[in-house]
Design a protein around this ligand. Structure first.
Ligand code: NAP
Length: 288
């Protein structure tokens, strides 16, 4: 591809809409067959405005798809032990099929201990160590939602990953690490980069697929994108800015996700799809 060409946008909004529509049909079928509609429990510690907004958006999407949600707003002073108790109760509650702990929970909470209190069969956000192991071994189970959404986008645009060099910038437990193992399962050759990586630019320049999951506005520059590469930007910052410098990257990439409208809507779509799947499994009915 010549450098003057502009990359095709990977439209997460319309793919997410289709996934949510499918989840809504399945949710309605489950309700009709079992008399119980799928239910997602959302748990939020404190009142961080961004987290409040994310939970509100997720619950609104659930409502539109015929998925019930029950919200648990815990005070900012909640201890790890209290949070673990809440999550343990929800894990044992037969009326709850999926559990979402909105994070970050605050510096005083042992987030890993909290995630591990979520029963694996209700881990629809794919945050437990069990879910990570299942992703790593390509076993059935719930994927982390943002990585799962990224893989659905790559499949939708027929990106052949076998033998391609995928560079994942970021190694968080919910995003960078799991997306790397999912790319590996598709036979990509995966390199992880992080804050201690020496010469990030040189590694990104070698990438056929770049996944930016850094949390630093416009860290990945267009000049470092290999012409014809596929660029996935998971970042979101105020002003509709991602972790990639979109305007320069799109003049070199073949495919690129916009911000917003790329990865973001896919995350919620996967959450809803997995909640419906969890409900079908727990209610002993078909997932269709
Ligand atoms: P995180 O937990 O803060 O992890 C950031 C990662 O980036 C870490 O692994 C860190 O390295 C690495 N990093 C930081 N500065 C770097 C640098 N200068 N060079 C190379 N690597 C660097 O963030 P996260 O939760 O994974 O989120 C990443 C981004 O995705 C954020 O913009 C967030 O808003 C976005 N996000 C979007 C969605 C969605 O639904 N669209 C969902 C989740 C997150 P170390 O490990 O060495 O510290």
């Amino acid at each position: 591809m010549s450098q003057s060409q502009i990359a095709q946008l990977m439209d997460g909004t319309s793919l997410a809409r289709r996934i949510v529509e499918e989840a809504a049909v399945t949710a309605a079928n489950i309700s009709r067959r079992t008399g119980t509609s799928p239910c997602l429990a959302t748990v939020l510690v404190g009142e961080d405005p961004a987290s409040v907004t994310y939970v509100r958006m997720k619950r609104a999407r659930c409502a539109k798809a015929g998925i019930r949600s029950r919200h648990f707003a815990l005070p900012a002073a909640t201890t790890t032990a209290e949070l673990v108790d809440t999550l343990t109760d929800l894990s044992g509650d037969p009326d709850v099929h999926g559990i979402l702990l909105q994070h970050p929970c605050g510096p005083h909470i042992d987030e890993r201990a909290a995630f591990e209190a979520i029963a694996p069969e209700k881990d629809v956000d794919g945050v437990t160590m069990r879910s990570f192991a299942e992703m790593s071994f390509s076993r059935p189970g719930f994927v982390s939602c943002t990585p799962g959404g990224i893989m659905r986008l790559l499949a939708e645009y027929d990106v052949d990953l076998a033998g391609r060099h995928a560079v994942v910038v970021g190694r968080s437990a919910i995003l960078g690490k799991p997306v790397g193992v999912l790319l590996l399962a598709k036979d990509a050759t995966v390199t992880y980069c992080h804050s201690r990586t020496a010469d990030l630019s040189a590694i990104v320049r070698e990438a056929d697929v770049v996944v930016a999951a850094v949390g630093r506005p416009r860290l990945i520059r267009g000049a470092d994108i290999k012409p014809g590469a596929v660029v996935i930007d998971a970042g979101y910052h105020p002003g509709n800015v991602g972790d990639v410098d979109f305007d320069t990257a799109r003049t070199r990439a073949r495919l690129i996700t916009p911000v917003p409208g790329g990865v973001g809507p896919m995350t919620i779509a996967v959450l809803l799809a997995q909640t419906v799947q969890a409900a079908a499994e727990q209610l002993g009915t078909e997932h269709r």
